[in-house]
Every structure is written in structure tokens, then in C-alpha cells.
Design a protein around this ligand. Structure first.
Ligand code: FES
Length: 247
């Protein structure tokens, strides 16, 4: 009990329900929140263009596909992803501070608060992963729509190909998830153990190829979502043509 109290004394940040990260004046975090709110507002404001893109060009914006209904869960899947988690704890909240460089001159020796108190939500990542996997087929369906929106023919367009590339990027990112690594590794915490190799050796090694690049995949996939959105809006607004061939 004494030890427990001593730890609490050393790490006051871990005892607060509302993390100190959300209550202090941190321009990095609040700039991020501002950009996020602005982005969501703009997505809501310019929906008209996107509906035109579906009816005229067969292009479904991934932000507005039926998956929009589960976007909060997908957002939580991304927010609790180890790759983004590392980035926002380090770069938005500025800790744990690397290499003893105390850039915020935080004399309190702040403790890392990931997966504690409010941030326990990060532990639900493994469950959000199932939702993220479940919605992937909808993105493939969006590609199918881009191929078949002209009745009786197959239409191959640049927009359709971009939707496919985005979907593949999202798929590879999702399946490179650490939670999936845990599943295919035999749900064991010791991957060097013989039993783990027996239960999931090949699948585990195959998944590791992608898992090694998980952070790069996370950012590439997110950038692709933004790119597809901008491309489809530009096509719908008549700024660029959606080059295509009808087979
Ligand atoms: Fe990044 Fe699961 S750890 S998606």
C-alpha cells in the first residue's frame, strides 16, 4: 500500500480522470483540435458535390459511403492505433520526452499517461479492429459501383482506380494491425516460444512483413483517404475530368 501511494505521489498525472493533456494550454493539441473540428464542419458543409459524384461518375467518396454510419468507430480505431498513439502522445502531448530533452521545461517530470485513466480507451483497440475489418467490403463495393454505374457496361475510370488503391491501402493497413498480429500469432505474448510458432508461425511471419511498416501504412492510408476525397470533389465540381473507358 505504501508503495502504491508513493507511485501516486510520483505520478500525479495518472490519478486524474480528465488528463492534464486536455486541460493545459498546449498549442499543438489545441491546433489539432481546431483543424479536426474545421475538417468535420467542411465535410458536412460540402456534401452536395459528393452526391453528384455518385450519380454522374459512379464515384463514392469514402467519407460518405455507407460506412459513414460507423465512422465514429473507425475514428476510434485510428485514434487508438499504436502508430497514431505514439505520434500524438509524443508530438501533441510532448511526452514521454525523448533523450532527456525537456522542450516544455516541464519540471514535474510528467509521467506517461497512455492506457491509464481516460486513455484506458486505448485498450479497446482490439475490439474496434473487428469493426474496421467488417467495413472493408463496403469500400470494395464502392469500387464495384464505379465499374458498373453505366448499366450494361463496365467503366474503368481514374477515379475508380484511385478508390481501389485507397481500399487496398486501408486493407493492408488494417491487416498490419498489432491486434491482428496477436491473433495470428496464436494469441500468445511470447512469440519466440515453440507453441506460438506451431500455432501461427507462417501467418504470423507473413503478417509481420506488413506489421513492420505499420506506422508508414497508417499515415499513407490516412493521406489516401484525404486524396480520394479531394479528387472526387474536384471531378464533381468539373475542375478535372474523370478519364475513363467503357468496355
Ligand atoms: Fe494500428 Fe491496430 S495498431 S491499427
Amino acid at each position: 500500500m505504501e508503495n502504491k501511494n508513493a507511485n501516486k505521489h510520483q505520478n500525479p498525472a495518472k490519478t486524474r480522470l480528465i488528463p492534464v493533456e486536455f486541460t493545459e494550454l498546449n498549442w499543438r493539441f489545441w491546433s489539432f483540435v481546431l483543424i479536426l473540428v474545421l475538417g468535420i464542419y467542411l465535410l458536412g458543409l460540402f456534401q452536395g458535390n459528393v452526391s453528384d459524384a455518385v450519380s454522374k461518375f459512379g464515384l463514392t467518396d469514402p467519407w460518405y459511403s455507407p460506412t459513414v454510419l460507423v465512422i465514429p468507430f473507425v475514428g476510434l480505431f485510428r485514434l487508438t492505433c499504436y502508430a497514431y498513439r505514439k505520434d500524438y502522445h509524443r508530438h501533441l502531448f510532448d511526452h514521454p520526452v525523448a533523450c532527456e530533452l525537456n522542450t516544455r521545461q516541464d519540471k514535474l517530470g510528467r509521467a506517461y499517461t497512455g492506457e491509464t485513466r481516460f486513455f484506458r480507451v486505448e485498450n479497446f483497440h482490439r475490439y474496434f479492429m473487428y469493426i474496421a475489418v467488417a467495413i472493408l467490403p463496403f469500400f470494395y463495393y464502392d469500387f464495384y459501383v464505379s465499374l458498373t454505374y453505366i448499366p450494361g457496361s463496365i467503366t474503368l475510370s481514374i477515379g475508380g482506380i484511385i478508390i481501389l488503391v485507397n481500399t487496398l491501402a486501408a486493407t493492408i493497413y488494417t491487416f498490419s494491425c498489432h491486434s491482428i498480429r496477436h491473433l495470428v500469432g496464436g494469441r500468445m505474448d511470447c512469440f519466440s516460444c515453440t507453441a506460438a510458432h506451431k500455432s501461427g508461425g507462417k501467418a504470423y511471419r507473413f503478417q509481420s512483413i506488413f506489421n513492420t511498416h505499420h506506422e508508414a501504412l497508417a499515415w499513407t492510408s490516412l493521406a489516401m483517404f484525404v486524396f480520394v476525397d479531394l479528387y472526387i470533389r474536384a471531378v464533381a465540381a468539373g475542375i478535372i475530368p474523370n478519364l475513363h473507358m467503357v468496355l
